[in-house]
Design a protein around this ligand. Structure first.
Ligand SMILES: *[C@@H]1O[C@H](CO)[C@@H](O)[C@H](O)[C@H]1NC(C)=O
Ligand SMILES: *[C@@H]1O[C@H](CO)[C@@H](O)[C@H](O)[C@H]1NC(C)=O
Ligand SMILES: *[C@@H]1O[C@H](CO)[C@@H](O)[C@H](O)[C@H]1NC(C)=O
Ligand SMILES: *[C@@H]1O[C@H](CO)[C@@H](O)[C@H](O)[C@H]1NC(C)=O
Ligand SMILES: *[C@@H]1O[C@H](CO)[C@@H](O)[C@H](O)[C@H]1NC(C)=O
Ligand SMILES: *[C@@H]1O[C@H](CO)[C@@H](O)[C@H](O)[C@H]1NC(C)=O
Ligand SMILES: *[C@@H]1O[C@H](CO)[C@@H](O)[C@H](O)[C@H]1NC(C)=O
Ligand SMILES: *[C@@H]1O[C@H](CO)[C@@H](O)[C@H](O)[C@H]1NC(C)=O
Ligand SMILES: *[C@@H]1O[C@H](CO)[C@@H](O)[C@H](O)[C@H]1NC(C)=O
Ligand SMILES: *[C@@H]1O[C@H](CO)[C@@H](O)[C@H](O)[C@H]1NC(C)=O
Ligand SMILES: *[C@@H]1O[C@H](CO)[C@@H](O)[C@H](O)[C@H]1NC(C)=O
Ligand SMILES: *[C@@H]1O[C@H](CO)[C@@H](O)[C@H](O)[C@H]1NC(C)=O
Length: 853
């Protein structure tokens, strides 16, 4: 970078330099009158410390050249005034000491380099410095208390993204009366800042960013004297105590961010006094209680009000919105706010996002939100107590992209007028009492991605008009009253990733066109009246072109059915903005006796899945053979075919399904032997082949023989562990009715044999426990980085959590977070190992999914 504003001085500088270098080459001592020569010497000794210069930016820094034309150097009046080596990827253990003689240097910018710098060297920065940009510079150690008294001219100091640690000195800002911006975010400061002394710097200070550290204790009340403060960011720390009432004095305040701390108490109504300038108020992820003060009503500049994830109660004071004409984001999710939906949102003509998720709002959705709130893009109300109908007038909010009404008490039908919402991407209203038909007009919403209407009382047929919405990615109509056939037009939806039509009254055959859905990985058609044969090709085919970004940003949960009170393996639910506890209050889900579930945001890797991953066709009237081609669905994890009238043999090709965790084909009319290829399935932990007409020996290699006997019950010809032993040479042995005594004997023998196997396993586990813990610890460490990365990406993608509702061990679960990536293959021995390891109760995040107990 060359000096541009001072071109005329180039010639002067050059002349001076030529003079200096040609006439007095021999004079080399330091300590002479500061000049361009001493500047050059200082820069060269700075260069000497740099060990790696991959871009070669310093190659032109040569003693015989004018330093004013060196890369990154700028001069004014023949002296070096700016040094800017931003993003040059320079490396080396450096100090700032050589720069101290650059007595005219006013701006230093070394950010985005890979240095290692001892923080004490900050005290050797040149005295005249005004602009200091040292973010991402590799500075380590405590910040020197006298930084600003040694550099009293500093106006801008950015030391963010370093490794500054220990306490932040109380006196740091005590006597600096020029500093306007101080950014110490993304460092490693700890301890209290409540004693921060700031008296003299107050007049100048306009930006203070201490976010993303480990600061503790209460917010320094002294800050409230800094009436020129515009931006105060203390987010992502561990601050406690209350928001100082005196912050109301901050009459220039534009952005106040105290989110992600442990702040308690009420929102001081005095904060409303800072309204004249306030643009952003972020208090989310704290423990703030009480009501939202009415005093915010004059905040006519306010753009963002984020009070989400707190403990706020009481009704939302509707009147405060009337003057908030600049408000763009009203974020109140995850609180205990009650009262009716704030109808005065219609005054907020700039409002884009209203998120009231997970509160106790009641009453109806007001019909007149628009045309007032004409900018509205997202209206999120899931997990509240809203009643009445979806107002047709919402169609006047023409910019709407997201409507989320899940888990409320809405009734009436879906207004056809919603079809006018050209921009609509998400229509999510599961678990309400909506009735009537899906309006064919919805087919005009060409941008529709998510149509999630499960657990309502919708009826009629699935309208073919819907298939004009070629961007559909997730359709869930489970648990409604839909009739008629599954339209073959589903095959037109090339982005469709999840299709759930379970628990309706759909009839006819499964359309073979579902084989054209090149993104489909999740297909749940259980509990209908489907007839005919299973089409050989379904969903995503191996080698199909991946469409990127399907379902990205969705938060989902998989609720695993336990016991027999509900059909199917479980349900996949859209879960953004819903409290986990609330699921227990949903009666129809509660009866399914689920006790655990996992959630997470969908990662972008979704499209990496080749082929269907989840196929549930149980509880229908399907006939014919299980197609051999199902063995080509390499990613298949769940294959549920129970309670149909399937016949013929189990195709040996299913033994290729290396990821298969659940295979349930019970209550059919399957014949022949269990294919020996099943011995290779290392992941299979739940198999149910009971109530069929299978014969022969259960393959004794692999896991099949370790599963409970009832999974093979009522197959008159089946034998071998865990059933009775096969009589060699007599294939009918098992089906021969033996005497009670003989049967009992054989059972006991088998049982004791099984016991000794179990005992053997237990003994070897016990003796290997230390080894196992060690081995897993090594593996865990190896995996941890990856897991942390994944966790981070989950957290980054908004409202994503991974939780369980109780600590009970899960015999079988799907971690939907992993539903995005190929599962780790586990051998049976590893399963035991991992399980044992859990018994050893070390903190290990269980990212793999299927686990046998
Ligand atoms: C370096 O920092 C100075 C002072 O903050 C700033 O004006 C300049 O734009 C920065 N240079 C780059 C390349 O970011
Ligand atoms: C930084 O330098 C000071 C004094 O020169 C020294 O005491 C300290 O140990 C150094 N810190 C590191 C992390 O090297
Ligand atoms: C400090 O630098 C970081 C990284 O370059 C930048 O993102 C941030 O905005 C800067 N802070 C201020 C107050 O300018
Ligand atoms: C930060 O510095 C501390 C010592 O002050 C050191 O233990 C730690 O490893 C450093 N962290 C990074 C990321 O460099
Ligand atoms: C923060 O500092 C502590 C101790 O000084 C060190 O152990 C830790 O690694 C540091 N953390 C980071 C992220 O650098
Ligand atoms: C604010 O400044 C006044 C006068 O300088 C002083 O008396 C008062 O204690 C200061 N307030 C805080 C909270 O520091
Ligand atoms: C405060 O800092 C955090 C973390 O650096 C950042 O995400 C947030 O946007 C900042 N808040 C404001 C109001 O600038
Ligand atoms: C939140 O604050 C209340 C008191 O106001 C306290 O009882 C509760 O334990 C706090 N919760 C958390 C998570 O800190
Ligand atoms: C909310 O406040 C109540 C009562 O003050 C307290 O019992 C509860 O723990 C708080 N909740 C959270 C999440 O802090
Ligand atoms: C919807 O529910 C409300 C009461 O919650 C009732 O008054 C109204 O008649 C219902 N509407 C329909 C269409 O069922
Ligand atoms: C569902 O709708 C049908 C009419 O389509 C009605 O007979 C039935 O009572 C409704 N069920 C519920 C639970 O509202
Ligand atoms: C199936 O749908 C009916 C109503 O259509 C509902 O009552 C029942 O709970 C649903 N079953 C499951 C397992 O969700």
């Amino acid at each position: 970078m060359e000096s541009s504003p001072v071109q005329p001085f180039h010639h002067l500088a050059l002349a001076l330099l030529l003079f200096v270098f040609s006439v007095s080459v021999s004079v080399t001592e330091q300590g002479l009158v500061p000049s361009i020569r001493t500047d050059a010497a200082a820069l060269l000794s700075f260069k000497k410390m740099i060990q790696n210069d991959p871009q070669g930016v310093l190659s032109g820094w040569q003693i015989n050249r004018n330093p004013c034309i060196w890369y990154g150097v700028s001069c004014t009046l023949g002296r070096v005034t700016h040094l800017d080596l931003t993003g040059c990827s320079l490396a080396g253990i450096i100090s700032f000491n050589p720069l101290s003689s650059l007595d005219m240097l006013s701006a230093l910018n070394l950010s985005l380099n890979s240095f290692t710098v001892n923080s004490t060297s900050l005290l050797h920065l040149p005295y005249a410095l005004q602009q200091l940009q040292l973010s991402y510079t590799g500075i380590e150690g405590p910040v020197p208390e006298s930084l600003f008294s040694k550099n009293p001219n500093l106006v801008y100091a950015n030391l963010s993204h370093n490794n500054l640690s220990e306490l932040l000195p109380d006196d740091l800002l005590l006597n600096s009366d020029k500093v306007q911006a101080l950014d110490l975010s993304y460092n490693n400061f700890t301890g209290s800042i409540s004693g921060l002394k700031i008296e003299n710097s107050c007049n100048s200070l306009s930006q203070l960013d201490l976010s993303v550290n480990h600061l503790m204790d209460s917010i320094p009340p002294t800050l409230s004297n800094c009436t020129n403060l515009k931006n105060l960011n203390l987010s992502f720390n561990m601050l406690t105590g209350e928001i100082p009432k005196s912050f109301g004095k901050l009459s220039s305040l534009q952005r106040l961010d105290l989110s992600h701390n442990h702040i308690t108490g009420w929102i001081p109504s005095e904060l409303g006094n800072a309204c004249n300038s306030l643009l952003e108020l972020k208090l989310s992820h704290n423990n703030i209680s009480g009501q939202i003060p009415v005093s915010f009503s004059p905040c006519s500049w306010l753009q963002t009000l984020d009070l989400s994830n707190n403990n706020l109660t009481g009704p939302f004071p509707d009147s405060i919105l009337q003057n908030l004409v600049s408000l763009e984001r009203l974020l109140l999710s995850y609180n205990l706010i009650s009262g009716s939906f704030p109808s005065s949102v219609s005054y907020c003509k700039s409002l884009k996002i209203v998120d009231l998720s997970s509160n106790t709002f009641s009453g109806t959705i007001p019909p007149d939100i628009c045309p007032g709130a004409t900018s509205l893009e997202e209206l999120r109300l899931p997990d509240n107590l809203i009643i009445g109908e979806i107002p047709a007038q919402l169609s006047q909010c023409s910019k709407l992209k997201t409507l989320d009404f899940s888990i409320n008490f809405l009734n009436g039908s879906i207004p056809a007028e919603l079809g006018k919402l050209d921009n609509l991407e998400q229509l999510i209203a599961w678990y309400n009492s909506l009735e009537g038909k899906i309006p064919p007009e919805l087919g005009k919403c060409r941008n529709l991605k998510d149509l999630i209407l499960n657990n309502n009382n919708l009826s009629g047929i699935i309208p073919v008009e819907l298939f004009s919405c070629s961007n559909l990615e997730w359709i869930s109509l489970t648990s409604n009253q839909f009739k008629g056939e599954i339209p073959q037009e589903f095959g037109l939806l090339s982005r469709l990733a999840v299709l759930q039509l379970a628990n309706n009254s759909l009839s006819g055959e499964i359309p073979t066109e579902l084989g054209n859905c090149s993104s489909l990985v999740w297909l749940d058609l259980n509990s209908n009246k489907l007839t005919g044969e299973i089409p050989p090709r379904l969903g995503r085919q191996l080698g199909a072109k991946a469409l990127s970004g399907s379902l990205s940003g969705n938060t989902m949960v998989f609720v695993r059915n336990v016991g027999n009170s509900c059909k199917g393996v479980g349900g996949l639910l859209e879960f953004a903005g819903i409290k986990a506890e609330r699921l227990l209050q949903v009666p129809t889900l509660k009866t399914c006796d689920f006790t655990r579930f996992y959630s997470g945001a969908v990662l972008s890797l979704f499209t990496q899945y080749q082929t269907l991953k989840y196929l549930d066709l149980s509880y229908n009237e399907l006939r014919g053979k299980i197609p051999d081609e199902i063995g080509d669905m390499m990613a298949l994890q769940v294959l549920e075919l129970a309670r149909n009238q399937l016949s013929g043999e189990i195709p040996a090709s299913l033994g290729q399904l290396k990821n298969l965790g659940v295979f349930d084909a019970s209550h059919n009319r399957l014949q022949g032997q269990i294919p020996d290829s099943f011995s290779n399935l290392s992941f299979l932990v739940q198999i149910d082949l009971s109530n069929n007409e299978l014969t022969g020996e259960i393959p004794q290699r692999g896991q099949l023989s370790t599963l409970p006997a009832n999974k093979y019950a009522n197959n008159p010809g089946l034998c071998g562990v865990p059933l009775i032993p096969c009589e060699s040479g007599n294939s009918n042995a098992a089906s021969n009715p033996a005497s009670d005594g003989g049967r009992g004997y054989r059972k006991t023998a088998a049982a004791s044999w099984a016991n000794s196997i179990v005992l053997g396993i237990l003994i070897s586990i016990a003796s290997l426990c230390i080894l196992i813990v060690w081995a897993i610890a090594v593996r865990v460490r190896h995996k941890e980085a990856e897991e942390v990365k994944m966790l981070n990406s989950l957290q980054a993608s908004y409202a994503a959590t991974t939780w369980k509702i109780d600590k009970e061990k899960e015999p079988l679960s799907i971690n939907v977070a992993t539903f995005q990536r190929q599962l780790r293959k586990l051998k049976f021995s590893q399963l035991i190992e991992s399980h044992q390891w859990l018994l050893c109760s070390k903190p290990y995040r269980v990212w793999w999914v299927w686990r046998s107990v």
